[in-house]
Every structure is written in structure tokens, then in C-alpha cells.
Design a protein around this ligand. Sequence first.
Ligand SMILES: *[C@@H]1O[C@H](CO)[C@@H](O)[C@H](O)[C@H]1NC(C)=O
Ligand SMILES: *[C@@H]1O[C@H](CO)[C@@H](O)[C@H](O)[C@H]1NC(C)=O
Ligand SMILES: *[C@@H]1O[C@H](CO)[C@@H](O)[C@H](O)[C@H]1NC(C)=O
Ligand SMILES: *[C@@H]1O[C@H](CO)[C@@H](O)[C@H](O)[C@H]1NC(C)=O
Length: 376
Amino acid sequence: MKILAVAVLVLVPCLLPGAHAANHSHKRPFASIFSFGDSYADTGNFVSLAAQLIPLIPFNNLPYGETFFGHPTGRASNGRLILDFIADALGLPFVPPSTAKGQDFSKGANFAVVGATALDLAYFQQQNITSVPPFNTSLSVQLGWFEELLPSLCSSTAGCEDYLGKSLFFMGEFGGSDYVFVLAANKTVEQAKSYVPTIVNGITQGVERLIQLGARRIVVPGILPSGCTPIMLTLYASPNKEDYDRYGCLTKYDGLSRYHDDHLRSQIQALRNKHPYTNIAFAEYNRPVLAFMHRPDTFGFDGSSTLQACCGAGGGDYNYNPIAACGFPGATSCEDPSRVVNWDGIHLTEAAYSDIAWAWLHGPFAEPPIWTLASY
Ligand SMILES: *[C@@H]1O[C@H](CO)[C@@H](O)[C@H](O)[C@H]1NC(C)=O
Ligand SMILES: *[C@@H]1O[C@H](CO)[C@@H](O)[C@H](O)[C@H]1NC(C)=O
Ligand SMILES: *[C@@H]1O[C@H](CO)[C@@H](O)[C@H](O)[C@H]1NC(C)=O
Ligand SMILES: *[C@@H]1O[C@H](CO)[C@@H](O)[C@H](O)[C@H]1NC(C)=O
């Protein structure tokens, strides 16, 4: 009897809901999340910025959003993005788009905009690259928006240092849109490669600016293997079999993505050496997306549709047609988006984003994994 009583006394505190020790283990690893990037991270900014200017914004229409939100949210997918899955896993709300009116940004803000580039609009204009749309939303512009918001989030220098030090930052993905516009200006892949150092430098300068502001935990994503995306496979189709790898991807375009990632990885290492008290993770799209192509079954994807857009009215090998794309009248989504990697020809399905988010949080596709950056 006595032994039982002791056992109960010892056990009870652990069984009480919300007991102190139990609650401690559920402490949030980060105070807030701030995100910068393009359509792989935009959670609604482009739609609110461009609503007045563009008559038809595809991702403002169903079936965008059909799987998770049940309505379009401005996200370029059928549901949640990597950023959503990560915020959720870290016990934080979905990161609100910075253009949202009357929003509380104390737990974070997302400045990403569809089509945003690492380099400034003025740079492309000087280079006569007129394929860049005139939206002024580049990385440095997004950082400017963050600097404008900052005084409403923290006040004293010490207060801001503390707040930003406990926050998680995503610088990107950036670069993907830059190469799309360079290639659309009829540059060859070899010419596009000559822009890599400048584009990567734009990204690392952005990271430096965040560090100056007080960021201490920063995730910098690489870019997607563009040669495996339905849009590139359609626009840059080649009559030569040698231009494709055994999985049907365009080798040259994947090479450009890998070249970018290699540069970015080494520049991130240089930043780590320069800022030893800042944790900087390099997070990859390249390896996980290629793994989906090479071993679809492992991830629950349908091996016969890895190169096809789930949503669209394009038909053919890639189900992509720029004038009959997802979100346009007549476009429909595939039967089971959870079995398909690509959503609309450019962006991924929430099933693919969910897998990548997990691998960024726990490894192996982020170096180091995001969980290890926790602020306590
Ligand atoms: C647990 O911790 C959170 C945040 O640290 C706090 O808001 C909440 O009230 C705590 N819950 C209990 C039951 O102590
Ligand atoms: C874009 O916006 C920034 C900041 O508001 C401004 O300095 C820059 O001149 C603008 N660029 C163009 C090309 O309009
Ligand atoms: C852009 O075009 C202008 C006018 O045609 C030309 O003078 C200039 O050299 C070009 N710049 C580049 C970087 O090609
Ligand atoms: C690129 O080349 C195509 C075909 O030669 C041409 O129709 C198009 O106008 C060119 N685009 C640009 C931006 O130079």
C-alpha cells in the first residue's frame, strides 16, 4: 500500500495536463518566422499587389488551393507550401503575407512575391533583359519592406536583437525567377551560367543585410532542377534524345540549377566563416525533387506522371500549355494530386512540399537541419 502511494505521488505530476515539466518540452523553438522569396514561398502578396493590374491571375482561381484551404489563397499550389508545413511543425501560425491588412506580424511576416528576383529590376533593365515584368519586388525591395515593418515589432536595439535572434529567417528560394527571365530573353544556358556569380552574390548580400539587422538563424534554399519541370520541358523541348537524361529531364537546364546550388553552397560556407555566431542552413530543392523523379514509389508518387503537371489543360507528355494553364478557364486538376509531384507545370503539389519540408526540418536535405537551429 505504502509503495503504491509513493508511486502515485511520483507519477501524478507527470500525468497532470499542462504540468510544468511537460509544458517545457513543448516550448516553441522560434519566436517568429520571416520569409523572403518568390512563388515557392508567396502566401498571398502577389495577388494583393497585382489585383488592380492584371485581369486574370491564375493562382487566384480554383483549383489552386483545392486540397487544403478549399479556396485560392494566392499560394501557387493545391494547398500548403513548405513554409506552411514548417511553421506548423514549429508551433507557429501560417506566416501571414506582409501585404495583409490589419494583421498582427509579431509571430512573423512573409514578404515573398511570385516572380521576385534576387537581382534588382534596374539591373535587368540595364542588361536589356526586358522579359522581366515591371513589378518591383526583388530581394532588396522585400528587405526594405521588412525594415519598414521592424519598428512595429521591436523597439530598443537590445529588444530587437533579442527578438530577431529568436526568429527564424528564410532567404529564398531566390534565383529561379532570375534564370527564367534570362532564358526568356533568348540567352543560352551557357550565357545564363555567366549570371550565376552575380545572382548568388545578390542572395548572399541579402543574408548579410539580415545579419546586420540581427538575424541569427537563417535558412537559404537553393533552386529546383528546372530541366525536370513541365514548363521547361515544353518551352525548351529538343529533337535530340541526347539532351535528356534517362528520367526524361533536360540535362543542360538541370546543370544550370546544380551550378547555381554549388556556387550558393560555397558562398554560404564563406558567410559561416565570416559570421561564426550566426547559424546558416543551406536547404535543397535539387536533391529531393530529383529523388522524386528517380524513385517515385519511395515517396508515394505515381511513376508514370513525374514529369506531368497535375493541373492544366495542356495534354501531351507534360500536360503544360502556357495559354491553357492551371487557373485558366477549362483547366482541371488530376484525379489524385497526392500522387503527383508537379502541380501546375512550374510549382509543386502540397504532397511534394510536405516531403521537402520534413527533410528540411529533420534532414537530409538541409545542412544543418532546421530543428538544430532552435533558439533555446
Ligand atoms: C505552456 O507554455 C505556453 C507558452 O510558453 C503558455 O502560453 C501556456 O500557458 C503554458 N501552459 C500551461 C498549462 O502552463
Ligand atoms: C524599386 O523600388 C525601390 C525601393 O522602393 C526603389 O529604390 C527603386 O528605384 C525601384 N526600382 C525601379 C526600377 O522602379
Ligand atoms: C542595351 O541596349 C542599349 C541600346 O540598344 C545599348 O547601348 C547597350 O549597350 C545595351 N546594354 C547591354 C548590357 O547590352
Ligand atoms: C527570342 O527569339 C524568338 C525566336 O527567334 C523571337 O520570336 C523572340 O522575339 C525573341 N525574344 C526576345 C525577348 O528577344
